[in-house]
Design a protein around this ligand. Sequence first.
Ligand SMILES: [Fe+2]
Ligand SMILES: [Fe+2]
Length: 264
Amino acid sequence: MRFLLVGDIIGKPGRKALRYFLASYPSSFDAVIVNVENSAGGFGITRKVYEELKKLGVDVLTSGNHIWDKKEVLEIIDEPDLLRPANYPKAPGKGYGLYEKRGVMFGVINLMGRVFLDCQLENPFLTFDNLYDQLSRHTPIVLVDFHAETTSEKWAFGIYADGRASVVYGTHTHVPTADQIILPGGTGYVTDIGMTGCWYSVIGMKHQQAIQRFLTGMPQRYEVEEKGDVVFNAVIAEVEETKGRCVKMERVQLYISQEELREL
Ligand SMILES: [Fe+2]
Ligand SMILES: [Fe+2]
């Protein structure tokens, strides 16, 4: 089973780059999982964006701390393929699901780390234990989007889940890491997939506003950078279907010009 795993998609440039990539490699993946927490104008997701991504062929939409940014997310939060971190203690929606593609069942768990993330969350390690037990009764293939700030929490979680999860991949920092690997127990791991959005930016947002904030210490309104080339970051994970072990973790990084995106 070949999964295309995409990290945080930043606004319209990110969505266009995803469309471009999927159009360039049609039918190359058995399932596509995308983190959508920044997909609508950089903050959250709306029904319109949800429908646009579904039309592109996205199977499962994961998220993170920005999932609540647009109030109208509450209208779609119960869609079975839209996940928010499972370790929110008592929030609408759910953080895991069982899906089927081409006759193969797989589970997806969305978790959020707790270090440097200002929210009240249950322990993601223990939440995983519980959810993995439930999902693994139905399928050996379980993927985890671990949405977290620090590399150490992500690595600790990867090793903790090794031999159980098929793939543990990080999202949230918007910066890709070069450490994709298959751990000794058969779990594919990468600390952060990185964003898909305009690269000449501060993690997808206009750099002027970010720099102003660092110069003055005052809050700034952030806007998605929409100019210049777009970087598409993803990982292709190949998972063997009987035992759910990862056999290949391949990084994809593509720089796409605005002209190429306009050709779509
Ligand atoms: Fe993000
Ligand atoms: Fe995030």
